[in-house]
Design a binder for this molecule. Structure first.
Ligand code: SAM
Length: 280
């Protein structure tokens, strides 16, 4: 077998690319919404690719799933009702359900095929799908928010693909207005906000739209994510009230993580100089 096979994601808009040496392609299909591929790699385990973009790998997904859930959950006074928009690989859902005070975690992904493939190729990410608090829905997150009732959620995690195609509407003011309308008074949103090195203008646009939509506070946090463009990713938090970090709860957390802890929380929330200046 040709041992020199690689999967490469080229990001033309940023002139960057990322490659992983692969053993073989395990699956490929066109769902009703996206082109889905699964690879077996030499050193990163399984790799899921959506519309040509790396999505999740066995080896490094913990950075993203832990950092898109735990900081926000510990920055909320008492998060009981959590919605995950996207998140079809179920890794974020698994992290959210580690918090005992969470009473319901609804995952709303437009494409059921992503979850069905995750169940086969990333079973470890799906191990909490049977939790009585978990509810998996397969509909457009944009429509879900349009239909949501006021005061129906405490934390919204937008764990979507890049702001193109079916995910594009998740990055605009109309969506954020719907989020403001259905979040409780102390509610908050965290959204994957791409790479601060490569996509600073996108983050500026997102935060401006969040502000206009009615979120009085925004903060971007940073974390490594090897398989994404630049290897340095971000999540942007938007809240209706001041963020109150439950540091003691974080320090005394009763569940395991691979990356996230109290020190990492503080490091992730620290603002790089270029970023401070961009928002001065
Ligand atoms: N960790 C990945 C990242 O940051 O690129 C995202 C993981 S998850 C696989 C991304 C999910 O967003 C996909 O399963 C996709 O189906 C979902 N998605 C995209 N647009 C959506 C929408 N409008 N409503 C709900 N889910 C959506």
């Amino acid at each position: 077998m040709n041992s020199n096979k690689w999967f490469t994601e080229q990001m033309l808009s940023t002139g960057t690319a990322f490659s992983l040496k692969i053993k073989e392609k395990l699956h490929e299909e066109q769902s009703d919404f996206q082109h889905l591929e699964i690879y077996d790699t030499e050193t990163f385990g399984k790799l899921m690719v959506i519309d040509g973009c790396t999505m999740v790998s066995t080896r490094d997904n913990f950075f993203y799933h832990e950092m898109m859930s735990h900081p926000a959950l510990f920055l909320h006074p008492n998060p009981k009702r959590v919605w995950i928009i996207g998140g079809g690989d179920c890794g974020t859902l698994r992290e959210v359900l580690k918090h005992k005070n969470v009473e319901e975690a609804v995952q709303i992904d437009i494409d059921e095929r992503v979850t069905r493939l995750a169940e086969i190729y990333f079973p470890e990410l799906c191990e909490s799908n049977g939790d009585s608090r978990a509810d998996l829905k397969f509909i457009d997150g944009i429509q879900w928010l349009k239909d949501a009732a006021p005061n129906s959620v405490d934390l919204i995690i937008v764990d979507s693909t890049d702001p193109v195609g079916v995910a594009e509407g998740l990055f605009g003011e109309a969506f954020y207005r719907d989020c403001v309308a259905c979040l409780a008074e102390d509610g908050m949103l965290i959204q994957q906000s791409e790479s601060a090195l490569l996509h600073l203008d996108l983050i500026k646009d997102m935060r401006s739209a969040m502000q206009t939509a009615g979120f009085s506070h925004q903060q971007t946090l940073f974390f490594p994510q090897c398989i994404y463009p630049s290897g340095w990713w971000s999540g942007t938090i938007a809240s209706k009230a001041e963020l109150i970090f439950r540091a003691e709860d974080c320090a005394n957390k009763d569940f395991d993580t691979i990356y996230y802890n109290l020190d990492i929380h503080h490091a992730a929330m620290a603002q790089p100089e270029f970023f401070k200046k961009a928002f001065a």
